[in-house]
Design a protein around this ligand. Structure first.
Ligand SMILES: [Zn+2]
Length: 600
């Protein structure tokens, strides 16, 4: 589809365009995506395209048509129903289409006498709470009644009160009750029964779908899947909630509760993490919480990596982060208490300046690894032999020919989206997945000219899972990864006002790469959309290789969409990224002088 668009574009950009017959006048609407859209905000962006020489009107107001044929505007819905009329006109011909935005209305709840609605408001999912925590339950029922709840088989008739209008968000008939877990409580997977008094002795009852577990202390759980991860909290968004990082299979976790189908993991005193239920198998009750004394630390190396090992008696969970200036890797091991009486540093550990450890809190043992070079080139943390934790750290690549710093490198370039994932859409109909692939292909050609072994996780219009993309980078032992994307705004912003290029990274260690690429992109004269850190994008997640995401420009901005579709500008983007990569290597790889060239 896009190739047809590109074809049309290249014709349009030439002067032959003007001769084109008006028979081909068309109107494509990109936003709204359907004729009728439910929408509750006060600003809404619309985007459509037509022939570039046509005039376009949105609700009667003429709107600029860009060289791609794109036209955009903002709509300000005021009423429950907002009509949007798109009209394009050329040489007396016109096409009109009408779309509608409807403000979703809260339907008033109708009660037929005394009843408990089949709607459990809180908690919506299974919950497990421990001593001191408060179980809060809510249900919807006829207003003005007397309500109680049971924790089946455990506690009966705990009073509920009806929330006032404000607390219930304007609704009536929401009842809330609570129970604080006592140290002696132990309730396994019980339902809640809501009860409304009817007559002198009778009740109307309704039982919850979810189950409640109270007490039980710490349960040991075992990670049963590779690719499991720990989240910092219960937050979710399009990027999936902030992740500490991946943890491997067979690691043992101390689990102390559950909310929304997610287990709470006690890492150390006062520090929790969260892990989806599917990654964990609970061990039988009564098993003591997992902990280990730490053994001794050994620091060694081979031809390309430095390796730090720490002996433990169990596979404990860990997290890792980095610091810059000086360049450090920090690894926290949870459930570990120091009994490390010595550390041995072998001469082979060339890339390590020093390793220190400290007991940060009860159950939190920290290794601080200071590297001998300015840039982190990737590392891994994991269990190799039994429960021996190993941190393997890549040494900087060696440049022997500073004129061709990229020669012989393995570099991965990931074209964002693909297949069923279109990514963002431009007003002219351009798809992010196509633009990213075109830029990636140009980058591939340029890098090959530099002597680079290029790894492309996506080479055509197919859907490639994030885990497959990561695996492609790892298994091909790529030195680093650059992800190519095009940015977009949401529905509430004016697409003409938001533009620019941005650099994104998650881990501090890889900020220098993101920054160099971003600065080189700015040299194209694009607006500054900033350098964003702690970015929770999955391909910024790996620590095993330096990685950065380039949000080349905004495809939602009609001016930048023209640039993103322009093959010459795509080449310029690719050139800037190559320039940035060269700069990165020259700055951070270790440069060894070439041996004297023999005279010819
Ligand atoms: Zn994207």
């Amino acid at each position: 589809m896009k190739y047809i668009n590109t074809l049309i574009l290249s014709i349009l950009f030439s002067s032959a365009v003007l001769a084109q017959s008006t028979d081909s006048l068309y109107l494509n609407i990109v936003i709204p995506e359907q004729d009728t859209v439910m929408y509750s905000y006060s600003r809404y962006r619309v985007a459509a395209n037509t022939l570039p020489q046509a005039s376009a009107f949105i609700n009667g107001k003429e709107t600029k048509v860009y060289a791609t044929g794109a036209f955009v505007d903002m709509i300000y819905p005021e009423n429950d129903t907002t009509h949007i009329e798109f009209k394009v006109v050329l040489d007396g011909k016109e096409i009109t289409r009408n779309m509608v935005l409807i403000k979703p209305k809260r339907e008033p709840v109708v009660f037929n006498g005394k009843e408990i609605k089949d709607r459990m408001v809180k908690p919506g999912n299974d919950v497990w709470l421990n001593t001191g925590e408060k179980l809060v339950v809510q249900t919807m029922a006829t207003p003005g009644e007397h309500m109680v709840f049971n924790i089946d088989g455990f506690k009966r008739n705990i009073p509920m009160r009806e929330l006032t209008r404000d607390e219930s968000g304007g609704r009536q008939g929401i009842y809330q009750g609570s129970y604080v877990v006592k140290p002696s409580d132990y309730v396994m997977k019980q339902h809640i029964t809501f009860k409304m008094k009817k007559g002198l002795f009778g009740y109307i009852k309704k039982t919850s779908d979810f189950e409640v577990t109270l007490g039980g202390g710490v349960r040991v759980g075992k990670v049963i899947e590779d690719g499991a991860y720990l989240n910092t909290g219960l937050g979710t968004d399009r990027l999936g909630g902030y992740k500490y990082g991946f943890i491997e299979k067979d690691i043992l976790l101390n689990i102390t509760g559950m909310k929304n189908g997610i287990y709470r993991v006690k890492l150390a005193d006062g520090l929790d993490a969260w892990i989806p239920e599917k990654f964990v198998e609970l061990m039988p009750a009564g098993i003591e919480p997992v902990e280990s004394l730490t053994g001794n630390i050994r620091i060694s190396g081979n031809s390309s990596q430095d390796i730090i090992t720490l002996n433990l008696s169990e596979k404990l969970p860990y997290t890792t982060f980095q610091q810059l200036d000086p360049n450090k890797i920090i690894v926290d091991v949870y459930g570990a208490t120091s009994n490390t009486n010595w550390k041995t540093k072998m001469l082979s550990s060339e890339g390590i300046k020093k390793v220190e450890w400290e007991q940060v809190a009860n159950g939190q043992f920290r290794m601080i690894i200071e590297l001998d070079h300015s840039q982190n080139w990737g590392y891994s943390v994991g269990y190799g032999w039994g429960s021996q934790l190993a941190v393997k750290i890549n040494r900087p690549p060696v440049i022997t020919d500073p004129i061709n710093p990229l020669s012989g490198r393995t570099i991965a370039v990931d074209a964002g989206h693909g297949g069923s994932s279109n990514g963002a859409l431009g007003a002219s109909g351009a798809k992010e997945k196509e633009v990213t692939l075109q830029i990636t292909q140009k980058l591939d050609s340029l890098l090959k000219l530099e002597g680079v072994n290029v790894i492309l996780p996506r080479t055509n219009d197919s859907y490639v899972y994030m885990s497959e993309r990561r695996e492609a980078v790892l298994s091909n032992k790529a030195d680093l990864l650059v992800s190519i994307h095009a940015n977009s705004i949401g529905y509430t912003s004016d697409p003409r006002e938001v533009a620019g290029t941005g650099g994104f990274y998650k881990h501090m260690a890889y900020r220098p790469l993101a920054e160099i690429l971003y600065k080189n992109m700015l040299d194209l004269g694009l607006k500054d959309y900033g350098l964003t850190g702690s970015f929770n994008f999955s391909l910024n997640g790996p620590i095993e290789f330096p990685n950065a995401l380039v949000e080349t420009a905004f495809i939602s901005n009609p001016e930048e969409e023209i640039l993103l579709l322009d093959p010459d500008f795509q080449v310029k983007i690719a050139e800037q990224i190559v320039k940035g990569l060269k700069e990165f290597y020259l700055k951070h790889a270790s440069i060894e002088a070439l041996e004297e060239m023999p005279e010819k």
